[in-house]
Write a protein that binds this ligand. Structure first.
Ligand code: FAD
Ligand code: SF4
Length: 317
């Protein structure tokens, strides 16, 4: 691990200006992703701004619109266990408990979870080219072993997947991300616009600017219906998704669905959801219409169909 300086801040504005003032600075929340990457020298911040003492970011509050506002520092454990979340947003609880381990979820925060970096194996090997880790160096995965990697929304520069579970549920719920920028302005980002596709700049995972602090994630009014999160992975626990499905299914068979493990961001094609009453194949034919899988990961497209079929069968009881 390289040497770095460290400070703890007390307010969102202080945090944003402390990071914005130093090009090599980063926020530190639970540290469960950032510190791992620092130990491997994949992330090399020169200064850490610890946000864990900021007051008011660790609560979950009802909004006037009938939804919930989740502070950026709420732990994954507290969020999954919240009575209102379990009752009205079951897809979110199910997605969170499908990820990591109890100990990690105790430490991991809402904002940190959204911003965890890809688990592409080549990103973790500093001896190999990787446009995300070292822009312009190339992509070892394109000619390498790509079983875990993306099938849709890829570019010639990067085929990494977004690894998280919680974000797939937040995408299906139409959450929004609230931030404070270094100039003190706040903004609200619709969840579908928060994570980026790799395009020509795969080093940028999301639309935040340097020094922009996430303060909360807001859920709209509950959708009703049955909530599902099915995660298919190589081990029964403690593994990232090969494919995951977050879905809310209404009694008449209509609903919403987003997929994890298939793209650089949570993957949802709203136009495909009209086909839910016709069954899984009708939906995924549209969701993956532009898929460009590799020989190693072509299995993900039929796996996504079968996983969604399982969800729809469960919804019928
Ligand atoms: C062994 C292991 C297995 C795991 N398995 C899973 C899994 O199956 N599913 C899953 O979803 N996750 C999994 N994870 C990832 C884990 O969920 C994340 O590491 C965790 O959620 C990150 O949260 P954190 O608060 O620790 O973030 P940190 O590590 O503190 O920060 C992560 C990033 O977010 C930035 N950041 C933090 N807070 C803010 C903020 N408020 N505003 C702006 N930027 C901010 C930091 O600068 C950093 O870049 C696993 C992790 C490990 C180590
Ligand atoms: S797929 Fe993306 S993260 Fe993986 S090696 Fe290529 S550029 Fe790096």
């Amino acid at each position: 691990m390289r040497a770095f300086t460290y400070e703890r801040v007390a307010t969102p504005a202080e945090a944003a200006s402390a990071v914005a003032g130093k090009p090599g600075a980063k926020f530190l929340a639970g540290g469960t992703n950032l510190l791992d990457l620092m130990k491997l020298e994949i992330e090399r911040p020169t200064h850490l701004v610890d946000v864990q003492d900021i007051e008011g970011l660790s609560t979950i509050e009802a909004t006037e619109e009938g939804g919930l506002r989740i502070g950026a520092l709420v732990s994954n454990t507290a969020l999954a266990a919240d009575e209102r979340v379990r009752r009205d947003y079951g897809v979110l609880t199910r997605a969170i408990v499908a990820g990591a381990s109890g100990q990690l979820r105790n430490k991991a925060t809402t904002a940190g979870n959204l911003l965890q970096r890809t688990r592409c194996p080549y990103f973790y090997d500093p001896n190999l080219p990787c446009n995300k880790r070292n822009p312009g160096s190339g992509c070892a995965a394109l000619e390498g072993y790509s079983r875990q990697l993306a099938v849709v929304g890829t570019s010639d520069k990067c085929i990494a997947t977004y690894p998280g579970d919680m974000a797939i549920a937040l995408r299906v719920l139409d959450a929004t991300v609230e931030t404070v920028q270094p100039d003190g302005q706040t903004r609200t980002i619709p969840f579908g616009e928060f994570h980026r596709l790799p395009g020509d700049e795969p080093e940028k995972d999301n639309v935040l600017v340097h020094g922009e602090l996430i303060t909360a994630v807001t859920l709209p009014r509950p959708l009703g219906g049955q909530h599902f999160y099915h995660k298919v992975r190589d081990r029964a626990s403690y593994a990232f998704a090969l494919v995951s499905v977050a879905a809310v299914v209404q009694p008449d068979g209509t609903g919403r669905v987003a997929f994890g493990g298939v793209a650089h961001k949570p993957w949802r094609v709203e136009a495909a959801e009209a086909a839910m009453p016709q069954g899984a194949a009708a939906v995924t034919a549209r969701v993956f219409a532009d898929a460009r899988p590799t020989e190693h990961n072509a299995f993900k497209v039929p796996l996504a169909t079968r996983t969604l079929a399982g969800v729809l069968a469960d919804a019928k009881g």
